[in-house]
Design a protein around this ligand. Structure first.
Ligand code: MTE
Length: 374
């Protein structure tokens, strides 16, 4: 069993698949702290967790415009300047369940709203390592930086992904080769000893257990870059999908989620305190979250709790809280609604059906939770 030696995990995580391990953070714990405790960080694995010996670990850099280089963990940690970045990672399939509620099922793990978490990542800049390998800014032969993981399937195919070279080389892009999470070595599930962290970008590009970096004019040839993690029109289905017709998801759209109260909770009051998270891709920090208890007729602006980050580099989520009056005389089911706005004034679409897509990615419609008013 290739999964015989998986790391220990907290029973508090909500398991969506055991082999490979895919588990989300319970909502009430997500809103508990701006920085998710390492052991509660959601886990998204496609393959068995590889066991990497830090003493013999080598990171290989190769490809167009670079000198081939092999770095030990110690060289990576001592030859380059250390940087820390607070960044949220979110799976493209986060909130996929909201598409299933539209009565058109989608294919994928049944994520609710907990495949998102935030960490303080420490490591070195990918830019600095690429510069050390001789890559020049604006090299016309390099369009993508590909990453290969040390996790492999039965046919020895590894997990892989890529990002555009402009993001990888942008000094303001904060792309890290991280070896620490909240000051501790990366846990096995999160990429020990080294992972990529691409702030603002879909979690699938932040390759864990990083073995190789390749500078190329091509995107990663991996299944997950070319044939997955893309979104199409609601009219495209499995019989007519043309994977090449859509770009790979990189920056993700603005989203929010109500974490408290949980769906079906009994409310014995004339107001309700609503808590959740909001996040947007591309470094677009959250500027506002609006909450409604009357289907969107009236809105209450939530209080935001977030780490200070510069405009355009808002890589971390905002947690939020609002106390909202319930409609006068309400009894029985009342729907609470949340929508967030980012610093580019992007906001969320009202309904999930018009953004339905066959893989159930990028679900960011208004989040709705029904409570039971006593
Ligand atoms: N890297 C490798 N090597 N293997 C993987 O399966 N999963 C990706 C990405 N990096 C993956 C990977 C996906 S889809 C996501 S959403 C994030 O890792 C999840 O990171 P986490 O498990 O640390 O939360």
């Amino acid at each position: 069993d290739p999964y015989a030696n998986e790391p220990a995990r907290l029973p508090a995580l909500i398991v969506r698949s055991q082999k490979p391990m895919n588990s989300e953070t319970p909502k009430e714990l997500l809103v508990g702290s701006l920085i998710t405790p390492n052991e509660l960080f959601y886990v998204r694995n496609h393959l068995p967790v590889p066991h990497v010996d830090a003493a013999t670990y080598r990171l290989r850099v190769e490809g167009e415009g670079v000198r081939t280089m092999e770095l030990s963990l110690e060289e990576l940690q001592t030859r380059f300047r250390r940087h820390s970045v607070t960044a949220t990672l979110q799976c493209t399939g986060n909130r996929r369940n909201d598409f299933n509620l539209t009565q058109r099922p989608v294919k994928g793990l049944e994520w609710d709203g907990g495949s998102i978490s935030t960490a303080v990542w420490s490591g070195v800049r990918l830019r600095d390592v690429l510069l050390a390998a001789g890559l020049e800014d604006d090299n016309p032969d390099v369009a993508h930086i590909q990453f290969e993981g040390l996790d492999t399937d039965m046919a020895s195919q590894c997990y892989g992904a890529s990002v555009e070279v402009d993001k990888a080389m942008d000094p303001q892009g904060d792309v890290l080769l991280a070896f620490e999470m909240k000051g501790a070595p990366l846990p096995a599930d999160h990429g020990y000893p080294v992972r990529v962290v691409v702030p603002g970008v879909a979690g699938c590009r932040s390759v864990k257990w990083l073995g190789k970096i390749v500078a190329s004019d091509q995107e990663s040839a991996s299944f997950w870059q070319r044939k997955d993690y893309k979104a199409f029109s609601p009219s495209v289905d499995w019989h007519n999908v043309d994977w090449e017709s859509a770009p790979a998801i990189q920056n993700m759209p603005v989203t929010s989620h109500i974490c408290e109260p949980l769906s079906g909770a009994a409310i014995d009051d004339d107001e309700v305190t609503v808590k959740g998270y909001a996040w947007s891709g591309g470094g677009q920090g959250i500027i506002r979250v609006d909450v409604s208890a009357d289907g969107g007729a009236t809105w209450h602006t939530a209080e935001l709790n977030k780490v200070p980050q510069k405009r355009g580099r808002g890589w971390a989520w905002a947690l939020w809280e609002a106390t909202v009056p319930l409609p006068k005389g309400a009894k029985g089911a009342v729907q609470l609604v949340a929508k967030a706005t980012d610093e580019s004034y992007n906001t969320q679409p009202e309904q999930a059906a018009p953004i339905w897509n066959l893989r159930g990615v990028n679900c960011n419609s208004w989040h709705r939770v029904s409570v039971n008013v006593q």
